[in-house]
Design a protein around this ligand. Sequence first.
Ligand code: NCD
Length: 305
Amino acid sequence: MRHLISILDLSKEEIDQLIDTANDIIEFPEKYAEICKGKKLATLFFEPSTRTRLSFEAAMYELGGNVLGFSEAGSSSTAKGESVSDTIKVVSGYADVIVMRHPKEGAPLVASMKTSKPIINAGDGGHNHPTQTLADLITIKREKGHFEGLTIGLCGDLKFGRTVHSLVEALSRYENVHFVMISPNELRMPDYVKQDILKHGNVTFEETTDLEAVLGKLDILYMTRVQRERFFNEADYIRLKDSYILTPKKLELAKEDMRILHPLPRVNEISVAVDDDPRASYFRQTLYGKYIRMALILMLMGVSL
Ligand code: NCD
């Protein structure tokens, strides 16, 4: 029985396998249309979501399975004081695989110790978001062809943004990846990511506050939203929220074959005028996210063609 709590729960070979399966699903969706018939996926979302929850639900429907769950803690017995452990024990009797998002770091890990069903971490506080990373990886693979040797810019809220923490963990395992971390000083990448993952793995990186100064050398620019909900005071959020705004003018500095990714939702950090640029990959990324979640459901449930 497998869970997906951290992206490092998957080996590089398994990530390749998931990307291959997702590509096969994109090409031959009819082969997979009934494969999860009679199976149920639960989505337990204690925090807001559009893409992650709906892409998991669409993924399960497209595999012929069914979906149950809640989209806010207030509509579940959490509002009456039920613990995560109790909720998980109960839902384990109703579903074959459980997708969970929670504001507390580590909550899905705790849940995984209380159930005999696979748990998928759909985001735990400011910590990790491994299935977003799968969406990011398939997008990079399809659009750049490989991970090795890429210079990856991560821009915005690198402190509270959980997607970039998981993405760094995943990409650090490939040869000659170089990270350029672009953020205000207050929102820099946490030390544990820099020490435990980058320095420990001999991965090269640099930090800067100046997007335009580094834009020209990037193969990937991964933009992120300033995570308002994790700030302790609104004044700090207002001061930092528009630190970076990507515009067509700034993109003139970028390589022709650079790709722009964003986990979405976007607030102000990418001007809508950028959407028509062929380098803008963020809406394709949302679609690939559904297909790779289909592949993940199959892997964790041990289902194959
Ligand atoms: C991200 C998240 O929830 O961390 N969204 C998503 O799942 N695509 C990014 C964000 O909310 O900024």
